[in-house]
Design a binder for this molecule. Structure first.
Ligand code: PEP
Ligand code: MG
Length: 582
């Protein structure tokens, strides 16, 4: 059977499906009969026992992977499953309210979680997240659902899930995850972005794939075409084995472009950088030929933990990347949490419109202690390389001034303590909200550079949720409105002798590259694996041709027209032989 979704990350794999059930745990809320009470209490005790064993084993693994300090998190988990008061509260709910063990456990976990989340003390708030984690584990053991996370995988699989949060995806053991497919999400969901970093195929927006495929089914995932084939026959498997081989040899062929400079045929050079989410991503970025890092998504340092990373932890991460890059630029984006990236330990409440709510710089300005800690870590690391600071989700000049005032305070504090940092460190903002793009001429006077975040800029300009597959047909990053905002931002920066880069996914799309080059974009930052292809496009045209394509694009009425025009031009010039993708 064939399922058509949205291509999230290229590549082809054939393997066994693994249904990753993270959501929709159904708990029967009906009351139980008095005769069932003892049985439910026994089940609860057994589930606690199993959970205890699992936590000990996860702790062992964590000890080997991330060291004693991080492994200590699991000591807190052990304490919860061993806590007699916790057990007593659940038993009371079973006995007095005649709830099943699962319903009673959920009730007590939620009560504890809410109580801790509201505490002022940060340490205590963290304990709330621990209780939720442990409650979830015990609940799964009670209901016979595999534990959250895929770290317990022992063989290669293709993950099938309703949705994958960034925390889920960072827990992947890349040795076993050959690809993934989800019911919801689109090309710029963070799950897709991480798949591109891991270089595994991903197909998103498949609507109900989780109910159509079972764990163990053989499937083919075609990330290039956004397709999943379930239970394929031998003929189809053979066909895809061929395609897979061809894909790999094309990748190898393209790789040689990575090490060449991104210079047009008439001599204009632009910078091609990589987007990274963790210090270890820098290795791949350099292998693929990145001239620097145009976006370091620091929030991944904050995700998948039960507490905030300390200033030193952050400092070492930033320093590691800066040292590996040497003189090459490293743009560190300050914390961009919120939207689809939750931090359970911050105790943030649920929102109706998370992408338009309490997010990124808004949180940082509201919680200056977190912001200052990060800025201090970045500044301390700045003497080890060519670091720049970038604020996300800026909507107007006042936020920039406020953020810069905090930065000035942190700098002064470091000076007072005799701590060295790069006094000339450059500061920029992401252009991802239309209001910032429209007022770019004002904002640029407060900063050194722009980087256009088209993933969000597109969703805010066209009012189309980047995660919602039902409206993905409206997600058009080359829509004339988006293009005009891009043009406006680039021109404003050039007027003041400053530069504009782009770190949204559009920068790595071959069909967009000529248009963006023609608009005068100075830096293109993308998933490392896209670099060779983009360099190939840039090296195959002249700047004049790119300007012509951009002028034509600006005169057009729709996204489709612009894509077609770019595809026709690039085909004529022999740069691409297929329609490309966008
Ligand atoms: C963007 O919005 O384009 C961007 C690069 O940021 P993120 O995808 O992390 O929201
Ligand atoms: Mg963004």
């Amino acid at each position: 059977m064939l399922f058509q979704g949205i291509s999230g990350s290229g590549g082809i794999e054939i393997g066994q499906a693994y249904i990753y059930q993270d959501h929709d745990i159904h708990i029967d809320k009906r009351t139980i009969s008095p005769g069932d009470i003892d049985g439910e209490i026994d089940k609860l005790r057994q589930a606690l026992c199993v959970s205890h064993r699992q936590i000990q084993s996860v702790r062992e693994k964590a000890l080997q992977k991330v060291g004693e300090d991080n492994a200590k998190i699991f000591d807190a988990h052990v304490m919860i499953v061993e806590d007699p008061a916790f057990l007593e509260n659940v038993i009371t709910a079973i006995k007095e309210e005649k709830l099943s063990a699962a319903a009673a456990l959920e009730r007590v976990t939620n009560q504890y979680g809410a109580m801790f989340a509201e505490m002022d003390d940060e340490y205590m708030r963290e304990r709330g997240a621990d209780i939720k984690d442990v409650g979830d584990r015990v609940l799964r053991n009670l209901l016979g659902i595999p534990p959250r996370g895929v770290e317990q995988l022992t063989e290669e699989v293709i993950i099938i899930a309703h949705d994958l949060t960034p925390s889920d995806t960072i827990s992947f053991d890349a040795r076993y995850v050959k690809g993934f497919a989800t019911n919801i999400g689109g090309r710029t969901s963070h799950a897709a972005i991480i798949a591109r970093t891991l270089e595994i195929p991903a197909v998103l927006g498949l609507k109900e794939i989780t109910s159509r495929i079972k764990s163990g089914d053989v499937i083919i995932i075609d990330g290039n075409a956004g397709k999943i084939h379930s239970c394929p026959d031998a003929e189809l498997i053979a066909k895809y084995q061929q395609k897979r081989k061809a894909f790999f040899s094309e990748q190898i062929d393209l790789k040689r472009f990575g090490q060449l400079p991104a210079v047009t045929m008439d001599g204009k050079t632009v910078e091609i950088s990589a987007n990274i989410g963790a210090p270890q991503d820098i290795e791949m970025a350099l292998i693929y030929g990145a001239d620097g890092v145009g976006l370091y998504r620091t929030e991944f340092l904050f995700l998948g933990k039960c507490r905030l990373p300390s200033e030193d932890e952050q400092y070492y991460a930033y320093k590691t990347v800066a040292e590996k890059l040497g003189k090459k630029p490293l743009i560190i984006r300050t914390l961009d949490i919120g939207g689809d990236k939750e931090l359970s330990y911050l105790g943030l409440s649920e929102e109706m419109n998370p992408f338009m709510g309490y997010r990124a710089i808004r949180i940082c300005l509201d919680k200056p202690e977190i912001f200052k800690m990060q800025l201090s870590a970045i500044l301390r690391a700045s003497i080890y390389g060519n670091i720049m600071i970038m604020y996300p989700m800026i909507s107007g000049i006042s936020e920039v001034k406020k953020a810069n005032a905090v930065l000035a305070e942190v700098k002064q504090d470091l000076r007072d303590h005799g701590t060295l940092f790069d006094e000339d460190i450059k500061v920029g903002i992401m252009i991802e909200i239309p209001s910032a793009a429209i007022t770019a001429d004002k904002i640029i006077q407060e900063v050194d550079f722009f980087s256009i975040g088209t993933n969000d800029l597109c969703q805010y300009t066209l009012a189309v949720d980047r995660m919602n597959e039902k409206v993905s047909y409206l997600y058009q990053p080359l829509h004339p409105a988006v293009l005009r905002l891009i043009k406006n931002s680039i021109e404003a920066s050039h007027k003041y002798g400053k530069f504009t880069g782009m770190c949204g996914e559009l920068a790595g799309e071959p069909l967009a590259v000529s248009v963006l080059l023609g608009l005068g974009l100075d830096e293109f930052s993308m998933s490392a694996s896209s670099i060779p292809r983009v360099k190939k496009v840039i090296r195959s045209i002249t700047y004049n041709q790119a300007r012509e394509i951009a002028d034509m694009a600006l005169s057009m009425e729709t996204h489709e027209e612009i894509i077609n025009c770019s595809a026709v031009m690039l085909k004529k010039l022999g740069v691409i032989d297929t329609g490309g993708e966008l």
